[in-house]
Every structure is written in C-alpha cells, then in structure tokens.
Design a protein around this ligand. Structure first.
Ligand SMILES: [Zn+2]
Ligand SMILES: [Zn+2]
Length: 503
C-alpha cells in the first residue's frame, strides 16, 4: 500500500498547522503531535481538544501508539478517522514477529533521527530495537539528548512543546519543518516503507514471539530474534547484541502420544513440586547438575542447609557429594513405570519453568487445535491438544533446552544463596529466555530460543527433596496428587480461564 492510499479519506487541507500528511509518509502520532505543538504553539486547552489531557504524566508515544481515548481523540480532531493513518502509529505493524500487541504497551525512550527530527518527523518503525539507523538518512538513531546525554522520553516540555529536552536542546527547525517541508525525502520514504511493510506482513503470517509474561526485560531477546531475517541484513542493522540463539528444526518423527503430559503441568494453575518428564531428560538433567556443581571450586564444602534437606554427607565437599551421583537431586524416586523421570522443580528458575507453559499455550492457541468436546483438566487439555500438532518435536526439543538451562541456573542460585549469605546473586550471570515459533500451513516449522542477559535472578527458594515424599508413579492422576506437597510461589491463574473457554 502506498502513502497516497493510506491518507485517502482525509481532509483536503490539514486540520491544524503541522498536521500536513502528504510530505511525511507514515509519520507517527507522536510525530504529528510534535509538529503541531512546535509549529502551532498549542495551549493546554487545545491539547485537551486533541485528546491529550494529562500533559505532565502523558507519554505521547504510549498515548498514540495503542488504541484508546487519546489516539481516537487525535484522529477525530484531525479528521483522519476515515483514513488508515493511525494504523501505522503502532510499532506492532512494523514488527516481523507477532508479539500479541506487547510492543505497543511497552514504554520505551524515544528513538530519533536528527535529520527527521528537524522536520518534527518520527516513524513508529524507529521504536523497534533492531532498527539502528534511519532507513532513508542512514543516520544512527539516538535515544539520548545530543547535548546533555539525558534519555529522551516522548513527554511534554513545560512550555508544552514535544521534542524539547529539559536542557533546552531541540532538533526541531521551524523553517525546515514549514517552508522547506517538501525537502523531506517523501518519495524515498514512501517506496522504502511500502516495500518493508509488504515484507513484514508476509513474515508475520508465520512468526510468533513468546516471552515470560511477568518479565519486562524481553526487549533484547525480541531484537535478537527479529534480526534473524535475511531481508534486514546489511540494510539497517549494525552490531549484534549479546544473545545466544538455539534453533530447533530437525527433520524427524514427532514424539508419540502423551509425550507432553509432564510438560503440560508446567506453568499450570496448580504449581507443582515434581513433574514427570520424558526419560530422555534424565541424562540431560544429570549433566546439568554436574555443570552447576563443577562451576564451584573443587574444595567447596556442602552447605549445611543443603546437606540437611537433601540427606547429603555434610563432611564431604559439594563435588564429592554430587559429582559421583549427579542424578541425586533430580530423580530421588528413580524412574516411574512408564519410563518418566521426576524433576524436583524447586531448584528450577520459576520464570523459565512458567515460560515452558506459556510456550505450549502459544503453540496451541495459534494453531486453533480442534476440540473433541471431552471435558479435561487444564493439563490434560494441553497434553491432548499438543498430541495433534504436526512438528511438535521442535516444541519438545525447545522445552528440554529451556528446562535444562532453567534448572542449571536455578540450582546455581540455590547453592550460592546457601553459601554466600546475601550477596549470592551478584556473582551469577542470569539469562532470560524468549522464543519464536515459526508456523506455516498449520505445521510447526521451527522453534528458536533466545537467551539474553538479564538483571536479576528470581527470589530464592529452597531445594527440598525429603526422602519421605513418594509420589504415585503409576497413574497420571496420582502424579497430580503429589502437587499438594509444594513450596512454589503461587502463580496467577488467568490462563486457566482461557483454556476452559475452549472446551
Ligand atoms: Zn531520518
Ligand atoms: Zn538535553
């Protein structure tokens, strides 16, 4: 779609000074407001009429990039409701990954191109973290004030202008933005953006982004996954950020029915202590225990609390206790009759464990798995739905990788917190998972998991594997009963409601 078509249905003359559209293809709501507040020197009452009520607290990007009264008010005041101008104010439209509108709800500093800002121009595309340069000026986008270095937010200056820093710096140039507005490279922007939007629309059909929802630190993971696009290479993107990517897309057979039973317990409405996982997980978790323990010096003593809770020999070092039998913490009950291994979730990073459940739910909801009308528990419904999905092996491999990593860093935290009393988390590097699911023709083609460094570990929890616990191994209902023995923080249950509606 060309800009000419987007503005179809709008007024022949701009409703207000600064609201000119033709020279500024795909200008954001913030860009329009910046031009109007700068050129028209609007008063408070005029801004109210434009839908902007609270000038002190308002972030003009947030107000205009997501649906709501301010955005609707602005479109109405500018007589643009019949046009598609407002569709391009959300960064979501410019994203090659579908984020479930998370991008437009995320408050980010303003990202600006100095050449565009002289016109007051800003495009929602600039807010995407994988875009480093203005596509038409090739200038680096900046989030800090060029004069004082402060982070710029899309907030009003006390004189009610947008785009002016507290220190007084202002990239806006009245002559450039008015008399010389046609010097803006409108034709190039229109051609570039139309081509880009076509490509993005195609990508979005198959690419879904999943984040651990209570976390707000997912933006680096999103950026790293979105960068994985040939189309973007060499075009806009500069240096790669610190991120570890794993792709699961092997040719092979999908796992047999029931494989997801244990996985379906993760992140559910009732938090679990033990989950029964496929037997293949045993060796991976054993290795993870070994990795977590050998990360400490060989002469590290076994923390008293840890030894007591787990029935370990306090007189021996941690490595003596666990290197020879690293399965000790994972499967205190051995294998069950159907060859599943039991994982004690209390040592697992709860964010990542919950994320496994979110990944499953995203797969199920995006494929609209047909329901057979049977009434099932949340876990059983998840497990049943996954059994019918082609390409589910990629999901299974991704879950294994996420959980192993979650267990490794969770166990390390538990050990550090018992050893270093207080300053444990400072020594540990902590990573947050995000993921991309690629779906085409109702088949999962691949799952990409991204780990990015994050600030903090979740709150400390205790490893408790008292030998007296004996979860029922034989039946699925029995394993659910073991959930009553748990110490895991209560999780919100909103997902449960969503799943029930599907039945
Ligand atoms: Zn520019
Ligand atoms: Zn400044």
């Amino acid at each position: 779609m060309a800009w000419h078509d987007v503005i179809q249905g709008g007024p022949a003359l701009p409703a207000l000074l600064g609201a000119e559209l033709e020279p500024y293809p795909y200008i954001s709501g913030y860009g329009l407001l910046r031009r109007m507040t700068q050129l028209g020197r609007l008063m408070g009452v005029e801004l109210t009429a434009l839908g902007i009520r609270n000038r002190v607290a308002s972030d003009a990007l947030i107000a205009t990039q997501r649906p709501g009264a301010p955005k609707a008010g602005l479109l109405h005041a500018l007589a643009l409701r019949a046009t598609r101008v407002g569709d391009y104010w959300s960064p979501e439209v410019w994203s090659p990954l579908r984020t479930g509108r998370m991008l437009e709800h995320h408050n980010l500093p303003l990202r600006d191109c100095s050449f565009c800002a002289a016109h007051g121009y800003h495009c929602a595309l600039f807010q995407l973290p994988f875009i480093d340069r203005c596509p038409w000026h090739a200038a680096k986008l900046h989030t800090g004030c060029p004069q004082c270095g402060r982070t710029c937010w899309a907030r009003f200056h006390p004189d009610l202008r947008l785009g002016r820093c507290e220190c007084g710096y202002d990239a806006f140039e009245v002559r450039t933005a008015s008399t010389n507005m046609w010097h803006f490279p409108a034709a190039e922007v229109d051609a570039w953006a139309s081509r880009y939007l076509d490509w993005v629309a195609e990508e979005r059909k198959s690419r879904l982004f999943v984040v651990p929802s209570p976390h707000t630190d997912w933006m680096p993971g999103y950026a790293a996954l979105a960068r994985q696009s040939l189309e973007l290479e060499g075009m806009l993107v500069t240096a790669q950020p610190t991120a570890e990517l794993e792709e699961f897309s092997d040719v092979g057979e999908d796992p047999p029915e029931g494989e997801f039973w244990g996985w379906s317990l993760l992140g559910g409405e009732r938090p679990m202590t033990f989950v029964p996982l496929p037997a293949t997980m045993h060796v991976k978790l054993t290795q993870a225990t070994w990795d977590a323990v050998t990360a400490f010096p060989a002469d590290t003593p076994t923390p008293f609390e840890f030894a007591t809770l787990n029935g370990l020999d306090e007189g021996q070092t941690l490595q003596q206790n666990l290197v020879s039998r690293p399965e000790y913490l994972i499967a205190p009950h051995g294998f069950s009759s159907d060859q599943r291994t039991w994982l004690n979730l209390s040592a697992v990073d709860p964010t990542a464990a919950y994320f496994c459940g979110e990944l499953l739910d995203r797969v199920i909801s995006s494929l609209e798995v047909r329901d057979d009308g049977c009434s099932r528990s949340l876990q059983a419904a998840r497990s049943h739905a996954l059994d019918g999905i082609a390409g589910r092996r990629h999901v299974a491999r991704a879950l294994e990788a996420i959980l192993v990593r979650a267990y490794t860093q969770g166990l390390e935290t538990v050990l550090r917190s018992m050893m270093a009393a207080g300053n444990a988390s400072k020594c540990q590097r902590w990573s947050l998972p995000t993921a991309e699911i690629v779906i085409a023709n109702d088949v999962i083609r691949s799952v990409r998991v991204c780990w990015t460094p994050t600030r903090s570990a979740p709150s400390r929890r205790t490893v408790d594997t008292p030998a007296s616990i004996s979860p029922a191994m034989k039946t699925k209902t029995g394993s659910e009963a073991s959930a009553t023995r748990q110490r895991i923080r209560k999780r919100p249950t909103r997902r449960a409601g969503k799943m029930r509606q599907k039945k």
